[in-house]
Design a binder for this molecule. Structure first.
Ligand SMILES: [Zn+2]
Length: 1012
């Protein structure tokens, strides 16, 4: 699944500057120790529950005898129950509760457990739906072939918001599926059935037990609405030739399949599916598999589409759609049919061609990489106008929101194209990691999301080798990004315990995606590419069409290593990284004591945390694959791998002298920060000033990110990172600049309302000015705009980064250039601004020019049809200095339909990023919280993006108190975003109290040489 990570830094947004403090979930930190205690408790618990079970069974037997006597009434008609279930769960335990089963437990009332009982498994679903697009309802009949594992009278599955009509259960035969030869046709009498809304379950209780090894069939017919919100089977619309057209599509992940049909809605219950859709013939329909047959009923003008039977799969990536779209088609060499479906006008303009083209190449890439074929005969990509996520990887029918798949080559920036490319690469990867092999349970959702996110970079490198995504962009956009979040006390382990439905949505957060990807990258580097690939292939082949847990992955990777004589237990290493939250800071110091000779170094590890006051001596230890190189002015030694397992270790390195420096975490392949003794920092800084190329691009970016964050957390004097970036005028690569701009914009948020702000902005401009002048502005060569396939991507990105920095920190010439562009647009009514820099040129224009420009952009926002353009026009409107206009924009967004609902949150966040709008956004957010929470509260990801967007810049005691008050009065049930916001704001206040003075003091001295 692709989360919507619209980057939140207004004119300051490179693509990767997404939610600095984005998603995280507060779930108990789970250490290995905790794990062990859990085991002890389990044993004790098990003994107790056996005892309880014996008592309860005795009670239950007595009770059930009484039950049977009084309850065989009209609904006890053999084999079928025609009473309507109702969507509200009105049958909820009606009898059960009256009979007072307080002593009963999940064995007798398994629907009270949040997980399905494992006594029954579905083998096949026959699902037939009639879809009424005129009144947005559908009726369904599902017939589920069930295999009984343990004898039971109770069938429990999931259903939510369904109006159940009828239910029946029949015996099919033995496990072979042989029909039973019984006089009653195998009907089982239904004792009662009801919806148990608390767990979104549907319960069928039979008179007699289902027997192990036998196969039964559960038939349910029901009705439901095609939802108006973006989950389950939902509708959306678009305008075509001035007419509103509707489509209906599914979004089942993680737990919404139950809103479309009764099913065993947990990923481990894989089954095959045969779907039949009936609808008005003016629509077409799609599903995971190709059409098996289609027939038209001349009388009612309806079509019946029967789709081929799927392979074994989980419910959450089953999918179907009913729409009026058209498509483009291509075929892979292996004969897989690829189609991109979208609005007819988008198809005819060719907006889908790019995605289709790269999909074809990507299927080939993944098949080669994994050595496992794509499993289905076709893959459709469906572009829909509205979707809760960027995209969803349904097997054979992946669904994308239009902005992440349609490309208007004329007006799209390269960052838009890059974004889109990565979303496609991500979803195609899921066809293997997720669809073919599925995590057993949501606690390990990172097993699919981490891989898909990691492969975004590897797969994009395959498409565009010059981009160097995995070696470079990964660092800023994934590693640096997630270390910000995971350095908070309110973070959580990547493998999280989840049970309740509400928690399942929360596991799809940045920790799962980005930390997952960072850990996988670390693993791939420790193993080396060929062994890593071998391990993945074995993992996919042994678990295909089935499920796997993290231990399964570790065991395959360990086997792969052992096949080459490298005896590393991957599970043992990785448990430290997946079951503990956070990451270590590794401190490397040259030995300064007299006891050891100089070629020894001391290496220690400790849990990195931003808040000094929350830094307790927790006992977290990691198994750290630390690579180290030794260098001096001219050479860098080959890297050496040292495993760090203890708090402090001493290691021998090659002979060093006073002028040689140490560099740890070569190319930043490891998920940790590295600190050094101050002398070593000085040497590294000197090296960067004299000859930066000795140190790799990745490490230059890494040094910048580590230094600023170590200083922010108080591990390092504030002067070190400031001295470090003094080398930037000599930096010619994009990545270190990008790493620098990220940390500088963060500091900017902390500082831009302080008196001495100009000391900081002047210092930044001092670094930026000369490279900015050297790179200049992009020339607008017609025909080349937005086409990164031909453009020199790295140089373009560097140019963009420098212009953004210059304009953001107040470079006068930069402002004049932006204004000139806007004036030219207004006077000529021709937009000659290169697409790559439009976002911040618009923003700069709106912020510096008068209200007419705001009105002009507002007008263009309404008249533009290109989705990417519309979005940046809207965001530019938030850059105004005029609080009246900002207020008007906020109100219009929330109360009118001028701004698309999914963009409202971005408007508020972007207003908050404007220093002039901060107070306004923060106040507006609190005033409208009830409305916002009602509208977006369910969509946790959006909600938490909003909360962090309007709070991350708060940094005074007064604001901290306002936040605390807000949390107390209104923050109940807002999830983990508020505690996290509180921790960040406390950190901001702390930084001001403790470090600000030191920071400005160094700047005030205005050193002529930063090395001074
Ligand atoms: Zn995904």
């Amino acid at each position: 699944m692709g989360l919507n990570d619209t980057s939140p830094s207004a004119m300051r947004n490179g693509r990767g500057l997404s939610d600095q403090w984005a998603e995280a979930v507060v779930i108990r930190p789970r250490t290995t120790e905790h794990h062990i205690t859990v085991h002890k408790r389990l044993v004790l618990g098990f003994a107790l529950s056996i005892l309880t079970l014996i008592i309860v069974t005795a009670v239950a037997v007595t009770l059930s005898v009484r039950f049977e006597e009084c309850s065989i009434g009209p609904d006890g008609v053999a084999g079928e129950d025609s009473s309507r279930g109702g969507g509200s769960g009105r049958f909820n335990g009606s009898r059960g509760e009256r009979t007072g089963e307080r002593g009963e437990d999940e064995a007798t009332q398994p629907w009270r457990n949040s997980r399905l009982p494992s006594s029954i498994r579905p083998r096949h679903y026959d699902l037939r739906l009639a879809v009424y697009m005129d009144n947005f309802t559908f009726s369904g009949e599902v017939s589920i072939e069930l295999e009984c594992i343990n004898a039971t009278r109770v069938i429990v599955l999931h259903a939510d918001r369904l109006e159940i009509d009828r239910v029946s259960v029949t015996l099919e035969g033995g496990a072979s599926g042989r029909p039973a030869n019984r006089p009653s046709g195998g009907s089982m009498r239904v004792h009662r059935h009801f919806l148990y809304a608390a767990n979104q379950m549907y319960v069928v209780i039979l008179h007699r037990e289902l027997k192990p090894m036998r196969v039964y069939r559960l038939n349910v017919s029901y009705e439901a609405a095609i939802e108006d919100e973006l989950l389950g089977f939902f509708r959306s619309s678009y305008i075509m030739q001035r007419e509103r057209r509707y489509l209906a599509v599914t979004q089942f992940s993680p737990i919404h399949a139950r809103k479309a049909f009764p099913c065993f809605d947990e990923p481990v219950y894989k089954a095959t599916f045969s779907l039949t859709l009936r609808h008005d013939a003016q629509y077409l329909s799609l599903s995971n598999m190709p059409l098996h047959s289609s027939s038209l009923d001349d009388e009612d003008g309806w079509v019946t589409n029967e789709f081929a039977r799927t392979p074994r799969m989980s419910t959450y990536y089953l999918a179907w759609a009913v729409c009026n779209f058209t498509y483009r088609e291509t075929q892979t060499d292996g004969g897989v049919t690829l189609r991109l479906y979208a609005r007819p006008d988008a198809i005819s303009s060719g907006a889908g061609d790019y995605a289709l083209h790269i999909t074809k190449r990507l299927l080939g890439f993944y098949q080669d990489y994994f050595q496992v074929q794509y499993s289905l005969p076709k893959l459709d990509l469906l572009a829909v106008p509205k979707h809760p996520y960027s995209a969803m990887e349904n097997w054979g029918l992946s669904v994308f929101v239009e902005q992440k798949i349609l490309l208007d080559a004329e007006v799209s920036s390269s960052s838009y194209q890059m974004d889109l490319t990565m979303v496609v690469v991500h979803e195609i990867c899921h066809q293997w990691f997720g669809d073919l092999v599925t995590p057993v349970w949501w606690e390990d959702v990172w097993l699919k999301e981490g891989f898909a996110h990691f492969f975004e970079y590897v797969g994009t490198d395959f498409l565009f080798p010059k981009w160097n995504m995995e070696k470079q962009r990964f660092l800023t956009d994934v590693l640096h990004e997630v270390m910000l979040l995971d350095g908070l006390r309110s973070s959580h382990p990547i493998s999280q315990e989840v049970e309740q439905a509400a928690d399942i949505n929360r596991v799809f957060d940045w920790i799962a995606y980005k930390k997952g990807a960072a850990l996988i990258r670390m693993l791939a580097n420790v193993m080396g590419r060929s062994l890593f690939q071998k391990g993945l292939k074995d993992y996919l082949l042994s678990h295909m069409y089935s499920n796997a847990a993290r231990e399964d992955l570790w065991s395959k990777l360990t086997q792969a290593m052992r096949s080459e004589g490298r005896d590393i237990d991957m599970g043992d290493m990785m448990d430290r990284w997946t079951l503990q939250m956070g990451y270590p800071v590794i401190t490397i110091s040259k030995n300064q004591s007299d006891q050891l000779p100089t070629h020894y170094i001391t290496i220690s590890q400790e849990h990195f945390l931003y808040g000094q006051e929350v830094r307790t001596n927790d006992s977290f230890l990691w198994k750290v694959p630390l690579t180290v190189s030794v260098g001096n002015v001219t050479i860098l030694s080959p890297e050496r791998l040292i495993w760090i397992n203890n708090n402090t270790e001493t290691h021998r390195i090659s002979q060093t002298d006073k002028e040689t420096w140490l560099l740890g975490n070569i190319n930043q392949t490891g998920y940790f920060r590295v600190n050094y003794d101050l002398h070593n920092w000085k040497l590294l800084i000197q090296q960067l000033h004299t000859n930066p190329q000795i140190i790799s691009v990745g490490n230059r970016a890494g040094l910048i990110d580590d230094a600023f964050n170590l200083a922010r957390a108080g591990y390092l004097p504030q002067s070190i990172p400031l001295q470090l970036i003094g080398y930037l005028p000599g930096e010619t690569s994009f990545l270190p600049w990008h790493a620098a701009s990220r940390v500088l914009y963060q500091l900017d948020k902390l500082l831009d309302r302080t008196d001495e702000y100009s000391l900081f902005s002047d210092y930044v401009l001092k670094q930026v000015a000369s490279p900015y002048h050297q790179m200049g502005w992009p020339s607008n060569v017609p025909g080349n705009e937005g086409n990164i396939l031909q453009a020199s991507y790295q140089a373009d990105e560097l140019q963009r980064e420098l212009i953004m920095l210059a304009c953001s920190f107040g470079h006068k010439q930069c402002h004049r250039q932006a204004i000139a562009y806007i004036s030219d647009w207004i006077s000529s009514n021709k937009n000659r601004i290169p697409p790559n820099i439009r976002d911040f040129v618009y923003c700069t224009g709106v912020s510096l020019m008068d209200e007419d420009v705001w009105e002009f952009i507002w007008m263009k926002f309404h008249s533009s049809n290109a989705v990417s353009e519309k979005k940046i026009l809207l965001e530019a409107l938030t850059c105004s200095d005029n609080t009246f206009l900002l207020n008007r924009l906020l109100n219009l967004s929330l109360t009118s339909d001028l701004v698309p609902q999914q963009d409202v949150i971005d408007v508020i966040i972007h207003v908050g990023r404007n220093p002039q709008g901060r107070n306004l956004a923060w106040t507006y957010f609190r005033e409208k919280w009830d409305v916002l929470n009602a509208r977006y509260g369910e969509a946790l990801f959006m909600n938490s993006k909003l909360i962090s967007g309007v709070t991350e810049f708060l940094n005074t005691e007064k604001e901290l108190n306002e936040l605390k008050e807000f949390i107390q009065s209104s923050g109940v049930g807002a999830g983990p975003a508020l505690p996290r916001a509180l921790e960040i704001v406390e950190g901001n206040v702390h930084w001001h109290r403790v470090h600000r003075q030191q920071f400005f003091q160094w700047l005030r001295k205005a050193p002529s040489s930063v090395l001074g």
